[in-house]
Ligand binder design. Structure first.
Ligand code: DX5
Ligand code: ZN
Length: 220
């Protein structure tokens, strides 16, 4: 069963709370929350207080994608603010083993991710310690970019490795340029969590894109 996680980076922030409620009502499984610090990626988005305001009022699974230089330092704050999963970049400056332990010690799920230019071999050793790998299919920093098809082999490499470890239900998330067409390509390679920002939010009725993404599995 696919997990659909709209990225609220593409919301009009004037309506952020309403947009979260709306996508959940339209069938979204998770809220993908993109945090950018202007260092690890060339953009600044939102952080702890916004997550706290949302999670206090809206019951959801908050999938927090930290595009920040020192994720380890912020795990505690995001955990207290209502994160359910924290995904951090292997290119960050935090020790990955300590960061994984810190996230787990808060009872949260752990994800790790990498930029398009980083070799997938750097994440392979961590698969057995974590819940999810996120494959970035755009340069992280902005919504609305084009899907990079040359990232597809990274998905199959992780799926193959997880299968070899007997981790059949291991989560592989894909983020960047996902729409009804690219969703099929990534699901075919073994992805089971789809992030979509601009594709979901461009529709007035978000049931339409969410259902189309979900059908990527049945159309295979
Ligand atoms: C990019 C973010 C994505 C982004 C996806 O740095 O991690 O989550 O919002 O947006 P779309 O789906 O428009 O590519
Ligand atoms: Zn993201």
């Amino acid at each position: 069963m696919l997990i659909i996680a709209p990225s609220i980076l593409s919301s009009d922030f004037y309506d952020l709370g309403k947009d979260c409620e709306d996508v959940l009502k339209c069938g979204a499984d998770w809220i993908h929350f993109d945090v950018m610090d202007g260092h690890l990626v060339p953009n600044i988005s939102f952080g702890v207080p916004i997550l706290e305001s949302l999670s206090k009022k809206i019951d959801a699974f908050y999938d927090v994608h930290l595009m920040i230089t020192d994720p380890l330092f912020y795990v505690d704050s995001f955990a207290k603010a209502g994160a359910d999963m924290i995904t951090f970049h292997i290119e960050s400056e935090s020790d990955p083993y300590m960061t994984i332990e810190e996230i787990k010690s808060r009872g949260l799920k752990v994800g790790m991710t990498l930029k398009p230019g980083t070799d997938i071999k750097h994440l392979i050793p961590f698969v057995e310690m974590i819940d999810m790998v996120l494959i970035m299919t755009v340069e992280p920093g902005f919504g609305g970019q084009s899907f990079m098809g040359d990232m597809l082999p990274k998905i199959s490499a992780i799926r193959k490795h997880a299968d070899s470890l007997g981790m059949k239900d291991f989560l592989i998330q894909v983020d960047g340029g996902i729409d009804e067409n690219t969703a099929k390509l990534v699901v075919k390679e073994g992805a089971n969590v789809l992030v979509a920002g601009s594709y979901v939010f461009k529709y007035e009725d978000r049931k339409i894109p969410i259902n189309k993404l979900r059908s990527a599995e049945t159309d295979l």
